[in-house]
Design a protein around this ligand. Structure first.
Ligand code: ADP
Length: 400
């Protein structure tokens, strides 16, 4: 019986896919179709032949998935040889309904559609990916894996905003948290690296990619996280502001006559590192900083200062911390971010080892000193593998 899951992550103008062996995590193939709907789209497929690149107009998500299937035929691996056991879809917002992955049927589609008002920038594209895959793979079981699900264990005092009752009761306004698939994967890997059971550990997980979020994880369960009702809250990100005074919104409307759409766009796509340093790519920011660019330096300091504040907050929330875990592009690769974010926290038992921290590696590893009371770990995330595992286990359960 095949353990291969086709994992689909549909964005508004892109479709990423990977064919993952859920048992080993090995990707038999992966690819991304970008600039869907634009005059010229781009498709990269990593298959049996290595990397293949194609530029062509791709009108819709359906065309994107068809292009992916064609690439499997042309560049391998053949889907006749590697049977797909299930399709796993990343869905950003599962609201309060979904604490676990769910089999996709018409009711699930309707439920995800009902959540669009909470995630207008994400859920419509995720739904499009689901609809297309259901059309092209009518005989396969499909599973939705929600970014919010892992954080459904937050207690009411952690997820409730201090706002009027009807906002909360009638409009779903509360914190949900995101990046849950990554936080779950990384927390489990950290426990493995430490040789302990997840149930016995208190962790602060820092997912620092284009989007950034922190999570406080007690005994394998999320007890707090920095993203809120939407992925905008919390840490400074590539293009998102993270925390800010909500009155700024009213100020922009009142004083500058901005529309809601303009403000939403600016805070989600024109803020964060992009606004502070002129670009959202952390590698470029690091190069500018090393060249003495003052804007890049300030952006770096703001970014790390915000991380430090969340580390302090979640230390207090957890009371006792066994490990701080860095993951995603910046977390895995920037020794400077790890060092600056944790500098001065020695009294909290947090002590990096400079040499370990500065050594690059693609492996999960410890970067704290031997006598650090709190371990500091770098753990590569693998959201696709986590989605594949969760999707396959649900499908197997349903078949049993
Ligand atoms: P996504 O949220 O899109 O999955 P990633 O986890 O791939 O994001 O992280 C992307 C970020 O990681 C980018 O800002 C990128 O510049 C940064 N990054 C990747 N490699 C490095 C590196 N070697 N040093 C510093 N930053 C890096």
């Amino acid at each position: 019986m095949s353990d291969h899951v086709l994992v689909i992550n549909a964005g508004s103008s892109s479709l990423k896919y990977s064919l993952i062996d859920a048992a080993s995590g090995e990707a038999a193939a992966s690819g991304v179709v970008e600039r869907i709907g634009e005059p010229e789209g781009h498709h990269v497929h990593h298959g049996t032949d290595g990397e293949s690149n194609t530029s062509l107009k791709i009108a819709s998500h359906e065309d994107a998935l068809r292009a992916a299937l064609k690439a499997f035929e042309t560049h391998g691996p053949s889907l006749d040889d590697i049977e797909i056991a299930a399709v796993g879809h990343r869905v950003v917002h599962g609201g309060s309904q979904f604490a676990d992955p769910a089999l996709i049927d018409d009711d699930l589609v309707a439920a995800v559609n009902d959540l669009v008002p909470l995630a207008p920038l994400h859920n419509p594209a995720n739904l499009e990916g689901i609809q297309v895959a259901r059309r092209l793979f009518p005989d396969l079981q499909q599973v939705a894996v929600f970014d919010t699900a892992f954080h459904q264990t937050l207690a009411p005092h952690a997820y409730t905003y201090a706002v009027p009752l009807d906002w909360r009761d009638d409009h779903g306004i509360r914190r949900y948290g995101f990046h849950g698939t990554s936080h779950a994967f990384v927390a489990a890997e950290a426990a493995r690296l430490l040789g302990q059971e997840p149930a016995d550990l208190n962790l602060i997980v820092l997912h620092l990619g284009n989007g950034c979020s922190a999570a406080a994880v007690r005994g394998g369960q999320s007890v707090d996280t920095s993203m809120g009702m939407t992925p905008l809250e919390g840490l400074v990100m590539g293009t998102r502001s993270g925390d800010l005074d909500p009155a700024i919104h009213a100020h922009l409307v009142r004083e500058l006559g901005w529309t809601v759409e303009e403000i939403d766009h600016a805070l989600n796509y024109e803020s964060g590192l992009k606004a502070l340093a002129g670009g959202n790519d952390f590698r470029e920011l690091s190069i500018s900083r090393e060249a003495g660019d003052a804007r890049a330096q300030l952006a770096f300091e703001i970014y790390c200062y915000r991380i430090k504040k969340y580390v302090g907050a979640y230390y207090a929330v957890l009371g006792n911390v066994d490990a701080i875990v860095f993951t995603a592009g910046v977390g895995q690769h920037s020794a400077d971010v790890r060092a600056a974010s944790l500098a001065g926290l020695e009294r909290l038992g947090i002590q990096l080892d400079a040499e370990r921290n500065n050594t690059s590696s693609g492996e999960a590893r410890t970067v704290s000193a031997d006598d650090s009371a709190v371990a500091v770990l770098v753990v590569p995330t693998n959201e696709e593998w986590q989605i594949a595992r969760e999707a396959l286990s649900l499908v197997r359960l349903a078949e049993a």
